[in-house]
Design a protein around this ligand. Structure first.
Ligand SMILES: [Cu+2]
Length: 226
C-alpha cells in the first residue's frame, strides 16, 4: 500500500513538471492609435513596432533587406532579433552611403553605386537610426529585439502577438513620430485581447540630423527637393 502511494506521488510530480515546461502559449492582441496634429488621420500606423519586454525566449536570427530606391530606404522600419543582418542594396543610378552613430551600432558602410549592396549585423538591442551621408532626408529605423515577442500592426493599427508564454511583461509601442509608450502587462493562459494603446504625435517635428562627421549637411544637400 505504501509503495502505491509513493509511485502515485512520483507520477504526480512528473506530470506537474511536464505541465510547467509546456504551459499553453497565449495570444496578445489589440489596436494602436496615434493622436495627430489637427486630428488628421494616421497614414503610417503599420510602421509602429509593438513588443513585449521581459520574455526569456531566445530570438531566431534573420536576414532582411532595406532597399535604397528613389532616395529612400524601403522599408523605412524593420524589426529584427539581436544578431540579425540587414543588407542595403542600392537600386538608384547614383551613389549612396549608409551609416549610423546610434548607441550599440556605430558603422559606416561607405559610399557605393547601383547594383552594389553592403550589410551590417546588429548585435545590441535597441533602436538604430540609419542615415545616408549624401542625402539628409534619408532615414531608416532598425529595431533590434532581444526576444521573439514583437510585431508591427496592420494599416488599421491592429496587432497580434502569438505564442506568448504566460508571465509578466512590459508592453512597449514605438513609432518614429511619438514618444515610446510602455505598459505593464500580465499575460495569463487565456491571453490578453482588446488592448488599446494611444500614441501622441502632436508634438512631432522633423529635425535635421548631423552627417557622419558630426557636422551639418551642406546647405545645397539639405535644400534638395524630394
Ligand atoms: Cu543617399
Amino acid at each position: 500500500m505504501r509503495w502505491t502511494v509513493v509511485i502515485a506521488g512520483a507520477w504526480w510530480v512528473a506530470l506537474a513538471q511536464a505541465g510547467a515546461a509546456q504551459a499553453p502559449l497565449a495570444r496578445v492582441s489589440g489596436r494602436i492609435t496615434i493622436l495627430e496634429k489637427r486630428n488628421k488621420p494616421s497614414r503610417d500606423l503599420g510602421s509602429a513596432v509593438v513588443y513585449l519586454d521581459g520574455g526569456a525566449a531566445p530570438a531566431r536570427v534573420t536576414a532582411v533587406e532595406i532597399v535604397i530606391a528613389d532616395k529612400e530606404f524601403v522599408p523605412r522600419v524593420v524589426v529584427v532579433p539581436v544578431g540579425s543582418t540587414v543588407r542595403f542594396p542600392n537600386h538608384d543610378p547614383f551613389d549612396h552611403n549608409v551609416f549610423s552613430v546610434s548607441e550599440g551600432a556605430h558603422f559606416d558602410l561607405g559610399q557605393y553605386g547601383r547594383g552594389e549592396a553592403r550589410a551590417w549585423t546588429f548585435t545590441t538591442r535597441g533602436l538604430v537610426r540609419v542615415f545616408c551621408n549624401v542625402h539628409p532626408r534619408m532615414v531608416a529605423f532598425v529595431q533590434v529585439m532581444p526576444t521573439r515577442q514583437y510585431t508591427q500592426p496592420g494599416a488599421d493599427g491592429s496587432f497580434t502577438l502569438e505564442d506568448v508564454p504566460p508571465g509578466r511583461y512590459t508592453l512597449r509601442v514605438w513609432h518614429e513620430r511619438s514618444a515610446e509608450v510602455a505598459r505593464e502587462l500580465v499575460v495569463g493562459p487565456a491571453g490578453v485581447s482588446d488592448l488599446e494603446v494611444e500614441l501622441d504625435a502632436r508634438g512631432f517635428r522633423w529635425l535635421p540630423h548631423k552627417n557622419k562627421y558630426g557636422d551639418d549637411y551642406p546647405t545645397d544637400a539639405a535644400r534638395e527637393r524630394y
